[in-house]
Design a protein around this ligand. Structure first.
Ligand code: G
Ligand code: G
Ligand code: NA
Ligand code: MN
Length: 268
């Protein structure tokens, strides 16, 4: 069967699950929250990554069902952790197709009420390119989501083409620096093809770019998260640039809810 046909029934059959990747406070080194990342445990295909099935879900109109499932499940899990005495901030990714739906705001509101979630515990991540699509409609939708009391984060920043004047008009509280810049920060350790000088130049350029992004973000009162942090060296450079939070394999890969709870307890 085609991927989209199997995906259509996967939601009803309970084949989707969420894993959670820690977001680390740069100042304290402690966990500040988690990002929910969907996985599909298919009986015929095994574990399918969202990088593969989210684009298919978007192309075939299944993303609304998938996205609604993610919102509900993330709220349910947030409540379960609270019951266990863990107040974790949970970030949920939104597709541009969800942003186009009239009833998205009502759906989020209903899920928060269903599980009695304080809005301050939720962050919605929207990619820079999604935020730039149909700016006027998107701005209205993001403002309506913000009015629920949740936070908004601009994801994969640096890969799109947003104008600063437009960004200012959007109600974001957090900005996530795209992984590609973090990789460039210490390229000499990973790239043996380019010369030392070429790598040095890449590193310095990336440093200047991330520095500018952090300063701009702080001027606009955003907290800055660096994505895809894999090495101590990257972490140290990012600390020097005043990044507020880290996310990446250096700290933890995305974990099942049970593993995340264990990991978070080991942190204290
Ligand atoms: O977990 P992984 O690195 O394989 O994720 C790949 C891509 O899938 C990332 O770009 C991530 O943002 C996206 N993704 C993961 N979970 C969700 C989700 O719940 N909704 C949407 N829209 N995208 C997601
Ligand atoms: O697009 P988004 O930023 O939501 O993508 C998050 C994805 O990035 C997750 O699917 C996660 O598995 C992946 N990811 C998280 N940390 C790292 C990392 O340190 N290195 C790499 N290569 N991928 C990461
Ligand atoms: Na994200
Ligand atoms: Mn991202």
């Amino acid at each position: 069967m085609a991927l989209q046909s199997e995906l259509r029934v996967a939601v009803e059959r309970g084949e989707l699950m969420l894993h959670y990747q820690p977001k680390i406070d740069a100042r304290t080194g402690k966990i500040r929250g988690v990002e929910a990342l969907v996985r599909w445990n298919s009986p015929t295909r095994g574990m399918v990554s969202p990088g593969k099935f989210i684009p298919v879900a978007e192309r075939f109109g299944i993303i609304i069902d998938v996205g609604n499932w993610v919102i509900n499940e993330a709220c349910r899990q947030t409540r379960e952790w609270m019951t266990q005495g863990m107040r974790l901030k949970v970030a949920i990714n939104l597709s541009v197709f969800q942003l186009r739906m009239d009833n998205l705001v009502d759906y989020i509101d209903a899920a928060m009420k269903r599980y009695e979630i304080e809005p301050s515990l939720l962050i919605f991540e929207v990619t820079e390119s999604a935020a730039m699509e149909d700016p006027k409609a998107t701005r209205g939708k993001l403002k309506a989501i913000k009015r629920l009391g949740v936070s908004l984060s601009i994801d994969d920043f640096g890969t799109g083409y947003s104008s600063l004047s437009y960004l200012r008009q959007l109600p974001f509280q957090q900005l996530k620096v795209d992984r590609s810049f973090v990789i460039e920060l210490d390229r000499d350790q990973r790239d043996e093809v380019s010369s030392f000088e070429e790598n040095q130049k890449q590193n310095n350029d990336a440093l200047a770019i991330v520095d500018a992004i952090v300063r701009l973000s702080h001027a606009l009162n955003y907290r800055v998260v660096a994505e895809g942090v894999e090495t101590e060296r990257q972490k140290e450079i990012l600390m020097g640039l005043n990044v507020d939070e880290f996310q990446g394999f250096l700290f933890s890969k995305p974990l099942s809810p049970a593993m995340l709870a264990l990991w978070a307890m080991g942190e204290d």
